[in-house]
Design a protein around this ligand. Structure first.
Ligand SMILES: Nc1nc2c(ncn2[C@@H]2O[C@H](COP(=O)(O)OP(=O)(O)OP(=O)(O)O)[C@@H](O)[C@H]2O)c(=O)[nH]1
Ligand SMILES: [Mg+2]
Ligand SMILES: [Zn+2]
Length: 349
């Protein structure tokens, strides 16, 4: 079994300094490299092992990429280290809880492709998450080999955040991925996020170098006979970096990313400071700096629409369930009073 030096796993002073005393001989920092229902797959100086998915006295969720302190005598995790970075989203469905995607990532590869999957609004969502987590984003446009000229896609993507790096690649060809080598230093962790079918696993396999793909990558055939990733897992590349492959996300609802959104849409959010009203919605208000910039063609009206949508969504998703219920009730009462009011008016007329 492979054993790891901690620095190869991404250990750094940020984690080290969280230890207030030297850990005992039975304690060992480990990194969560896979999350399954049955347990956490962790890697450390003695190799890979599976541990029970819980920490006594700490029921906060753990995600792939997390650092844990393990008690080897009891074979269980006893402490989770504070994270360097965290990606999360609002879970789809009715419970709308927060769902952790990955922790302690150094570089986020936002994977999209040079075809119908390419979607500015979707890339902006991932960018907001990266900016909020203060993780360097790189947009990787796959399937560049399937179009005559990927240049148009690259130009469109590069406009989506100030200074954004965009690379067009063929995920099946290692040479075309050499543009990513700068992010693949030993101990670095890169995560791949993007819709299903864009090529995240293909890219991972190509970086891993052919032979390992059959055994390392957990795949399942979906209904269309397509391979689709069903769990999150980190893989160590031959050069010592870690790649975190994730299942494609159908829906990426943002939560707590207000400052991330402001960074991604900097040209708009900075303008908004000049609006006459502090609570300007940039829709009809007089003295709105955003509306006048649109009128002068200084900013892109479509991008403003997407910015408004994300800002609203973030605010809504930030509400706790209790707040949502309270608002639901209040809205219900409001509707009732409006209805009874209008009945009364009708009654009078
Ligand atoms: N020609 C070409 N095909 C690609 C490229 N990237 C991915 N593919 C193909 O696209 C299909 C889907 O790729 P996957 O790597 O499984 O996509 P994924 O993002 O992992 O999808 P999920 O696991 O469902 O999220 C496969 O048939 C790949 O061979 C590329 O750059 N060029
Ligand atoms: Mg996959
Ligand atoms: Zn305004």
């Amino acid at each position: 079994m492979d054993t790891f030096k901690l620095d190869q796993l991404g250990w750094s002073h940020q984690f080290q300094q969280q230890l207030t005393e030297p850990y005992s001989v039975t304690q060992m920092p480990v990194r969560v490299i896979g999350v399954q229902r049955s347990g956490w797959l962790v890697a450390g100086e003695t190799g890979e092992t599976q541990v029970a998915p819980s920490i006594p006295g700490d029921n906060r969720p753990v995600t792939v990429g997390d650092w844990l302190l393990m008690d080897t005598s009891a074979d269980r995790a006893v402490f989770r280290f504070e994270r360097k970075s965290l990606f999360k989203r609002r879970a789809p469905g009715t419970d709308r809880s927060e769902q952790l995607i990955a922790a302690n990532v150094d570089t986020l590869l936002i994977v999209s492709s040079c075809n119908q999957d390419f979607n500015e609004a979707r890339i902006e969502r991932y960018l907001a998450i990266a900016h909020e987590a203060e993780v360097m984003p790189v947009v990787v446009l796959t399937k560049a080999d399937t179009v005559d000229d990927p240049h148009d896609f690259v130009v469109r993507a590069a406009k989506l955040a100030p200074g954004l790096l965009v690379e067009a690649v063929n995920a099946l060809d290692r040479d075309s991925l050499s543009c990513l080598d700068a992010w693949l230093e030993p101990g670095q962790t890169i995560a791949l996020l993007g819709s299903s079918g864009v090529g995240k696993t293909t890219l991972t396999n190509t970086l891993l170098g052919g032979s390992q793909l059959a055994t390392q990558v957990i795949r399942e055939d979906d209904a269309k006979g397509r391979h689709t990733t069903t769990s999150r897992h980190m893989y160590q590349l031959p050069d010592g970096a870690w790649v975190l492959d994730t299942p494609g996300m159908r829906e990426l609802q943002l939560v707590d990313v207000r400052s991330g959104i402001d960074d991604v849409f900097a040209e708009i959010s900075l303008l908004a400071n000049d609006c006459r009203f502090a609570d300007c919605t940039h829709e009809t208000e007089p003295g709105c700096a955003v509306l006048s910039a649109i009128a002068n063609d200084a900013i892109d009206a479509d991008r403003v629409k997407r910015w408004r949508k994300l800002t609203r969504e973030d605010a809504l998703n930030r509400e706790t369930v209790a707040e949502r219920r309270a608002r639901g009730k209040a809205t219900g009462r409001l509707y009732k009073s409006i209805l009874s009011d209008s009945h009364q008016k009708k009654g009078r007329s």
